[in-house]
Write a protein that binds this ligand. Sequence first.
Ligand code: ATP
Ligand code: MG
Length: 557
Amino acid sequence: LCAPGQRFEMETVDIRGVPTRVWKNAPPSLAALIQLSRAHGARPFTIYEDERVTYDANYRAVAHLAARLREMGVGKGDRVGLAMRNLPEWPVIFFAATSIGAIIVPLNAWWTGAELEYGIADSGAKILFLDGGRHGRLAEHYRNMAQLERVFVSRTDAKLEGRFGHFEDLIGGAKTWADLPEIAFPQVRIAPDDDATIFYTSGTTGHPKGALGTHRNIITNIFSGGYAAARSFLRRGEQPPEPEPRTSLLVIPLFHVTACSAGMMTTIASGSAMVFMYKWDPVAAMEIIEREKVAVTGGVPTIAWQLLEHPDRDRYDLSSLENIAYGGAPAAPELVRRIYTEFGALPGNGWGMTETMATVTSHGAEDYLNRPTSCGPPVPVADLKIMSPEGDRELPVGEVGELWVKGPMVVKGYWEKPGDTAEAFVDGWVKTGDLARLDEEGFCYIVDRAKDIIIRGGENIYSSEVEDVLYSHPAVTDAALIGVPHRTLGEEPVAVVHLAPGTTASEAELQDLVRERLAAFKVPVAVRFSDAVLPRNANGKIMKRELKAWFAAEQAA
Ligand code: ATP
Ligand code: MG
């Protein structure tokens, strides 16, 4: 979408009083981006079952829906809720709302009714879009919420009345968007640092918080996302090739920044296609990879694991896979090597959080194969520093402390939570709550979340170090280290693992494995075997809070 050769130029601008490096050629708003995306015309943008929506059709649908929203009186700063699986209408609603200056509020499609009600009430959404599945199950939770002026449901046979209407009545179903007549795109003045999104955090360590993001925050990913692939060329002083249109299988949900900002923004930049699945299923995924010649997939490490470990993997032609990239959760070094050797694909990793609207570090190709425990160096517009636990002192290279991040991807703060915002956001920096170290070359290594660190009699145990060792055992496909209370030591480490079907490993064997490689105090005092895969949230993160509660209940019983 940008002139060749200018892609990775930077400039410094003032963002809320803080001089910040930004990508110079980024489009100023999501409205500008969606208009530029028409350049990809007849290429497919979204593919879902037998629905193929081209860039042109997607653009037409956005223009028409934006016009309908304006007629309903939706304008700058109004919140528009979006509670949907990955469907072709998701990006249409996302771009239509943000193109007229409204704030889109992607709501977690895994949420229960009570959580959905919280998201709607917390964001103050006045318009809500849902898919039929959600409406069928959860309508009682929002049916009587007075704040909702209009509710639109897609893909439902239900009779809808009053404030409730069918999405298809607004702009038709996906298959008809290509035939929508050309209309003028709504002209609303939008500045790069205007509000655009409220994404909720995953709720791994506490209650989900709404992060208020700007147009610039999200658009930054277009260049940040492309940079990892270009880095090795730039390092050699060569012009990186233009990104080629490819097909990606997007199995992670768009309501998290990993898929929406990191995934969808880089898709648009290169004119690529995203294939959606109704529900994650490794066999269905392999069928799609073969049929659509998918080049890119991943999202979160557990997706890559499930493809690797699948007993029927050899029945499918997966040779089109070029990149398997993920972020959002720790990835075992074992995974990196296996993606490369068994799929012949390049592994990629990126670190980010809802508060940074996705990509802050990016890691790929030989860099990643050589440093499989790192999540990569920062993208050029991000600054990282490692701070003392008190936050008063920057720590030297190699020391573990809290990771702080600054750059054009850092959101304004938490929606209507001034206390939490003041605590986490300081002079353009966001305190991430992750413990990390940097090496001499600037590569970042996440060792744990500050909230999950285990302190055993004064000694720090970072869970990722122990989990990586457990993952190196061929039978272990899921591993989590949790801290459990101990009367005199404060806490002790306990491992919870899930083994690949048909394999075995004993508690002593796994403890010995850790003892061989790490200090004695890091050896789990117990190993629990879970028959099921470990509980994860929609973003692929193991819910350690649940494991701790489960262990406590087991002890009490
Ligand atoms: P909550 O803030 O509500 O407790 P959450 O932190 O899981 O939930 P997200 O914003 O979705 O919500 O996730 C960001 C976190 O995910 C990071 O703080 C980090 O702990 C983890 N993470 C992200 N990327 C990586 C990565 N590449 N490697 C390891 N951990 C990662
Ligand atoms: Mg968090």
